[in-house]
Design a protein around this ligand. Structure first.
Ligand code: HEC
Ligand code: HEC
Ligand code: HEC
Ligand code: HEC
Ligand code: HEC
Ligand code: HEC
Length: 268
């Protein structure tokens, strides 16, 4: 066997084994409608309410990542925000939108937590405090995804194409909450060389990422971004949720989809 090809295959094997070792072989791959699900459970256990289930797919179809993770200020880590019922009731975090007033497709978005919940409110509470509860959802993933372009992993959808085709129109600005759009110049796309023979280069598109993320989701927390070449990448770091893996293991298409990143044709 070609020696370089052998090295490339060996590396892939190491990478895959490490990923398996880290995630545990028994952990099953999330189904398309489970991918991006976040269970928020810092305080619910101390109350008689169930933990909160937050679905990225419902929300990212309507809003850009930036609206929530920069303007509203949700952490990029499960439980990292430390959301309290009073925050929500005062119009922060979930309550920014879930306030019973903000309109979505012609109806008011149901309100989040309130202190003196009547029996009638209970039904509303469990729409979010829903882990292990039987709740009727207004959203059916299969119906939602039917008209959208498909991909193989994650939510099984090509979110970018869906946005380009105008099938989803994520809102990028919330009146009174989002700061003025950053006027920073768009950066050029670039490619990264994995330094392994036979492994295609990675093409990174600033333009495409900025549609969803703005700049602040990546700079400076995930990438310093002052100058290309400052960040060092490796597949092991990425699979541990660092650098590109901050999003591409949980919400954006997952690492299984090798060729969507390693996409530059290899020339012999
Ligand atoms: C409607 C608001 C909203 C939108 C839109 C949104 N997120 Fe999130 N995201 C959240 C919340 C809430 C959490 C959980 C935070 C917590 O538990 O404190 C979260 C968590 C995450 C996490 C951590 C997941 C984990 O498993 O730890 C990542 C990564 C993330 N979001 C990326 C994204 C990306 C990328 C997009 C755009 C494609 C996006 N989010 C869009 C609200 C949102
Ligand atoms: C940027 C605005 C925004 C934020 C922030 C937001 N949501 Fe939503 N959410 C929406 C909209 C719009 C809908 C669709 C509402 C509807 O159809 O009534 C929705 C729907 C939902 C649903 C679906 C209910 C169903 O019928 O299945 C749940 C559950 C939910 N949100 C939970 C949360 C939680 C928990 C948080 C905070 C961690 C949160 N949302 C933050 C805008 C937001
Ligand atoms: C739009 C989603 C949403 C709805 C609807 C909602 N909550 Fe919450 N609530 C949350 C989130 C997110 C948390 C944080 C959960 C955690 O960390 O365990 C939370 C936490 C809580 C907590 C524990 C934290 C604290 O500050 O004490 C209480 C109590 C609570 N909610 C009460 C209610 C009640 C009562 C209702 C119904 C009237 C309700 N919530 C409806 C999203 C929601
Ligand atoms: C999804 C993550 C992501 C987003 C969003 C993003 N960047 Fe970057 N940016 C990167 C990465 C990765 C690099 C390369 C950093 C490195 O190699 O050290 C980079 C590099 C840069 C550089 C250095 C370029 C060079 O040639 O030296 C600048 C300047 C920059 N980004 C500005 C921006 C601006 C302005 C925005 C918003 C319009 C933005 N970035 C959005 C990930 C991102
Ligand atoms: C802040 C979150 C975030 C980070 C960090 C991030 N991405 Fe993405 N990326 C996204 C989202 C969101 C999409 C849209 C597609 C989706 O959600 O599946 C995307 C799409 C892509 C695409 C397909 C679009 C295209 O350019 O053709 C590629 C390739 C990609 N990312 C590579 C990378 C690489 C390589 C890195 C690290 C240098 C990286 N991403 C870091 C969020 C992120
Ligand atoms: C989200 C984008 C992304 C996906 C998906 C992805 N990679 Fe990578 N890969 C990278 C980046 C970035 C590097 C580092 C490039 C560099 O060295 O600058 C890399 C590097 C590598 C390397 C070189 C050795 C190393 O650890 O740095 C190998 C081998 C590799 N990837 C294999 C794979 C395989 C196999 C898959 C599918 C199971 C995969 N990659 C999926 C982004 C990705």
């Amino acid at each position: 066997m070609n020696r370089k090809l052998f090295i490339a295959l060996a590396l892939i094997l190491i990478f895959c084994c490490q990923t398996l070792a880290q995630t545990g072989i028994k952990k099953k791959r999330p189904l398309p409608y489970e991918y991006g699900r976040v269970v928020i459970d810092n305080y619910s256990a101390d109350t008689d309410l169930s933990p909160v289930v937050f679905e990225h797919w419902i929300h990212r179809a309507k809003f850009t990542c930036r609206v929530c993770h920069v303007d509203i200020g949700f952490a990029m880590k499960t439980g990292g925000t430390g959301i309290k019922a009073t925050d929500n009731a005062r119009g922060f975090y979930c309550g920014t939108c879930h306030n019973g007033k903000m309109q979505n497709e012609g109806k008011a978005i149901f309100a989040a937590c309130s202190r003196n919940a009547s029996a009638g409110d209970q039904k509303r509470c469990i729409r979010c405090h829903s882990l292990g509860q039987k709740v009727a959802s207004d959203y059916d993933f299969f119906k939602f995804s039917e008209p959208l372009p498909k991909e193989r992993f994650g939510n099984g959808l090509d979110w970018e194409k869906a946005e380009e085709m105008g099938l989803i129109k994520p809102i990028a600005h919330l009146e009174g909450i989002s700061s003025a759009k950053s006027a920073l110049a768009l950066q050029k796309d670039f490619s990264l060389n994995p330094k392994v023979e036979g492994m295609p280069d990675i093409i990174f598109s600033h333009r495409k990422h900025t549609v969803w993320n703005g700049c602040e989701l990546c700079h400076p927390d995930i990438f310093m971004g002052v100058k290309k070449g400052t960040s060092r990448y490796s597949m092991v770091d990425i699979s541990e949720g660092k650098s590109c893996g901050a999003c591409h293991t949980t919400v954006a298409f997952p690492l299984m989809d090798c060729q969507r990143c390693h996409s530059k044709p290899v020339h012999p």
